[in-house]
Write a protein that binds this ligand. Structure first.
Ligand SMILES: CO[C@@H]1O[C@H](CNc2nc3cc4c(=O)[nH]c(N)nc4cc3[nH]2)[C@@H](O)[C@H]1O
Ligand SMILES: [Zn+2]
Length: 378
């Protein structure tokens, strides 16, 4: 094990990284105005200022540290000035942990129909009322300063998959110019602005994007343009090209990832932070995450199964309720049913990242990864 001192720099500083074995895996601590948090970490997604079906108290209980909200959604509804008048996002949603807001760079391209991208920014139609909207680096940064998250993201274009090399090249160069404009527009002290590496699925564009953004000196780096439908080996190849170019003493955040097998591979490449709608989204259709794969609690097979989802799980659902009960609630469209599967799935991923951190600190991450992948069926 080799430990290397981090630098206690401005917020979202990354320190005490402990590297392990011959992988890039590391355990660190992220400093923010709302606390110091352990990495690797999973961030529950609370797109519209709520993590669907669970309360802030339940999130705290299950060990959530930083949660994610989306500028795109809150900008359209209820408006970021309103949230600022309410005292900011922490007050508005009664969450005193860390908050990270995504800049809209992904949602505009995945949610807003009829979008048009120019050097200035992105015009799109609101998916809520069809009104014509426009986001630029300056507007996205102002909106995020209004929301008051601890970590905010530069405005970028998430390049669709697949994309022609020429398109990926021009888009990535524009995203770097947008990152610089985001930096200039960001005037709120006590808030960390992360840049987002793009480059499509092209190794050379990934390296150019990372090097250009590192020279602009951000306190942390998101890796974007992944988990957009590409095969997992392609995602891992892009990580292998990108992560080593990012400063070791700054956090790396893989956006939109993901399932436990992706998390353990990404941690091996040196990723520190993750977010994904997967655990909350699949919970709502009755699928539970376990260390050996997915368990569809709704299936008839569990009608008389009076065991918990996972006997070794410490979550509220597994400590108190059976598969038969949860299946009954889901079949009866009882809201409490999807609350229980959501609580279990979030706890599962939060606990999984805690276990990876422990394995790294004890210098046994590579065997942890082997054991996990051997029993997990994708
Ligand atoms: C595989 O699951 C689907 O895909 C999404 C997760 N994948 C993902 N890739 C992302 C890339 C970016 C990016 O390049 N830039 C910015 N600003 N934000 C991003 C957010 C991202 N989320 C889920 O929402 C789900 O629909
Ligand atoms: Zn559980």
């Amino acid at each position: 094990t080799c430990a290397f001192a981090g630098q206690k720099k401005v917020l979202a500083a990354y320190e005490e990284a402990v590297k392990c074995g011959y992988s890039g895996a590391r355990a660190g601590r992220l400093h923010t105005p709302h606390g110091v948090f352990d990495t690797p970490m999973f961030m529950p997604v609370g797109t519209q200022a709520t993590v669907k079906a669970v309360s802030p108290r339940e999130l705290k209980e299950m060990g959530a540290q930083i949660i994610l909200s989306n500028t795109y959604h809150l900008y359209l509804r209820p408006g970021t000035e309103l949230v600022a008048e309410a005292g900011g996002l922490h007050r508005f949603m009664d969450w005193d942990g860390g908050i990270l807001t995504d800049s809209g760079g992904f949602q505009v391209f995945s949610l807003g129909p009829l979008r048009k991208i120019t050097e200035e920014g992105a015009a799109f139609r609101s998916h809520i009322d069809g009104s014509t909207q426009f986001l630029s680096p300056e507007i996205a940064i102002k909106a995020q300063m209004n929301l008051g998250a601890d970590i905010i993201m530069a405005f970028d274009e998430c390049i669709p998959y697949p994309a022609e090399y020429q398109y990926a090249k021009l888009s990535t160069e524009r995203t770097t110019r947008w990152a610089e404009r985001s930096q200039k527009a960001h005037t709120r002290s006590g808030q960390a602005l992360f840049a987002i590496v793009q480059g499509g699925m092209y190794q050379d564009l990934r390296r150019v994007s990372a090097n250009d953004l590192v020279s602009l000196d951000f306190p942390g780096y998101g890796i974007g343009g992944l988990s957009v439908g590409e095969p997992k080996p392609v995602m891992y190849e892009m990580l292998e090209q990108t992560v080593p170019l990012l400063p070791e003493n700054k956090p790396r955040y893989l956006m939109g990832v993901g399932t436990p097998d992706c998390l353990v591979e990404a941690v091996r490449y040196g990723i520190d932070m993750f977010d994904c709608v997967f655990p909350t989204r699949v919970a709502r259709n009755g699928t539970a995450m376990t260390k050996s794969g997915r368990l569809v609690v709704k299936n008839a097979a569990y009608a008389k199964d009076f065991l918990p989802i996972d006997e070794n799980c410490g979550c509220y659902a597994c400590q108190n309720f059976s598969r038969a009960y949860i299946r009954h609630l889901l079949k009866a469209d009882e809201i409490f049913g999807l609350r229980l599967t959501t609580i279990h799935n979030l706890y599962f991923l939060l606990d999984f990242t805690k276990k990876m951190r422990q394995a790294i600190l004890e210098d046994r991450f590579l065997s942890f990864r082997e054991e996990f992948l051997a029993q997990y069926c994708k």
